[in-house]
Each structure stands twice: as structure tokens, then as C-alpha cells.
Design a protein around this ligand. Structure first.
Ligand code: 1GP
Length: 255
């Protein structure tokens, strides 16, 4: 039997293994493009697909996930922008609480609305502390949630928020500069957070190159999420997974 997604993430963290997740926004992907991305992702052994978007307008979530299931054995993890983005065709769901903000709807309100439906699914639910970090351009998630991102130079706020998330029992932390961010999360912020917390760290938003990926891995990020740059050029998957493999080869320890 396949390990749960979270057990896999923890095993990887214990072994010092870094991972790459390809973000699929069902609104952005035409199915033909998605097939091309899946082919490269399979060949390059991408670790996860994250599926979701801050504002999905067309209802193509199930269609996308069915295609992923049909063509790939890579786990599909829902990264929902709202409580309608729930699908049985995924393996797991990041149950996101927007802890960088102070909007009760995104801290607990939407969760109460989604919980009865989630309870009836077989999805693996992973409670995740989600932080929006300023990525130097407008951020759809911040706009929709009516919250303010953490400024990118306020490392101490990100550290304190991360510590609170771990103490509250969140199982993952996600520091997100936002889809299409001009500036990815500062490696210095990741490094200060990862020095103090034990739960795995996901980061994404604005990652476009292997060199950025290396700095974020070195700083302590466990999973990098890349969406826009791969939508524009799916062959970037080769570079990013190559960087992760090299890093893992040089740094991996026994569990
Ligand atoms: C956004 O972290 C993800 O929530 C990915 O961002 O599309 O900029 O890679 P990009």
C-alpha cells in the first residue's frame, strides 16, 4: 500500500530529501498542455502535483484530476483557493489556515463550512499553516481574503507566526509569495524559520530557475511549488528536478 502523502513528506524530511511540486491551476491549463506537462513530470519523477487556484472560474477541477490519475502515479494534492475546490479524485488536501492574516473567515470560518463535506470523503487532510509573504506585486489570495501579506523584510514576524503555527499543531507550513510573484520568498526568511521549527516547510511563488531552487533548498525549504514558470515552459521541470536530485545526492542522510 502506498504511504500517506504526509508520511512520505515526513520520511523525506528525516532523510534530508528535498522535493518538487508542480502546481496545476485547472483554469490555466488546456488539457493538451496538461498532458505534455504530465509526460515530462512522469519522466523526471516530480514528487507531487498541487492542484488549485485562488480564483477558479471554470469548473475543471475533476477533469484535471481525472487526467492526472489516468496518466500518472504522482500524488495529487489539493491546494484549495476556496471551499468548493474539493475533489475525491485527489489523494490529499492541504487544509489551509491563513495565519499571516487576521480574517476569521480564512482562519476558521471557511473550514467550518468545508468540514462536513471533507468528513465524508476519503481524502487525506493535512492541516497547514499558510502564510502570504509580500512578493512585490499584487496578490490574488491576499485580495480575495482581504488580508495583508507579511512584508518580505519582516523576518521576525514570519518566525513568530511559524512558531505559533507549530505550537498550534499545524503539520505543514507554507510560505507563499503568491502566484506569479516578482520576488520569491527570501531564503533568509526560510532559513530563520527552518532553524526554529521541526514541521516541513513548503515555499512557492515566483520561482523561475534552478539557482533560486538551490538557495531555497539550502535555506531549509523541504518542498518547492512551481506553477507559472512551468506553465510557460514545461521543460523547466527538467532543470528543477535535476537541481533537487543533485542536492539530494550530495546531502541525503539515512533515515
Ligand atoms: C502560488 O506558490 C504557488 O500559490 C506557485 O507560484 O505560480 O509563481 O510558481 P508560481
Amino acid at each position: 500500500m502506498r504511504k500517506s502523502v504526509y508520511d512520505q513528506i515526513i520520511d523525506n524530511k528525516n532523510q534530508g530529501k528535498k522535493s518538487v511540486a508542480v502546481l496545476i491551476d485547472p483554469d490555466h491549463h488546456k488539457l493538451a498542455n496538461l498532458e505534455a506537462t504530465l509526460t515530462i513530470a512522469n519522466r523526471q519523477h516530480v514528487d507531487y502535483f498541487f492542484v488549485g487556484g485562488s480564483l477558479i472560474i471554470q469548473d475543471r477541477m475533476d477533469e484535471c484530476l481525472r487526467l492526472i490519475r489516468e496518466r500518472s502515479s504522482i500524488p495529487a494534492v489539493l491546494f484549495p483557493g476556496n471551499c468548493f475546490q474539493i475533489s475525491e479524485y485527489a489523494d490529499a488536501l492541504l487544509f489551509l489556515s491563513l495565519i499571516s492574516g487576521r480574517n476569521p473567515e480564512y482562519l476558521i470560518g471557511k473550514h467550518v463550512e468545508a468540514a462536513p463535506k471533507l468528513h465524508m470523503t476519503s481524502l487525506e487532510i493535512i492541516p497547514t499553516g499558510y502564510m502570504i509573504i509580500d512578493g512585490q506585486n499584487s496578490n490574488t489570495a491576499a485580495y480575495i481574503s482581504q488580508t495583508m501579506p507579511i512584508p518580505s523584510d519582516k523576518v521576525e514576524i514570519a518566525v513568530a507566526t511559524s512558531l505559533a503555527a507549530e505550537l498550534l499543531g499545524f503539520k505543514l507550513l507554507y510560505l507563499d509569495a503568491g502566484s506569479g510573484a516578482q520576488k520569491a520568498v527570501n531564503p533568509e526568511m526560510i532559513s530563520r524559520v527552518s532553524a526554529l521549527i521541526k514541521i516541513p516547510i513548503i515555499t512557492g511563488g515566483g520561482i523561475k530557475s534552478g539557482s533560486q531552487a538551490i538557495s531555497l533548498f539550502k535555506a531549509g525549504a523541504d518542498i518547492l511549488v512551481i506553477g507559472n514558470a512551468i506553465e510557460k515552459d514545461p521543460s523547466l521541470i527538467v532543470e528543477l528536478t535535476g537541481v533537487a536530485r543533485e542536492y539530494n545526492f550530495a546531502n541525503q542522510k539515512d533515515a
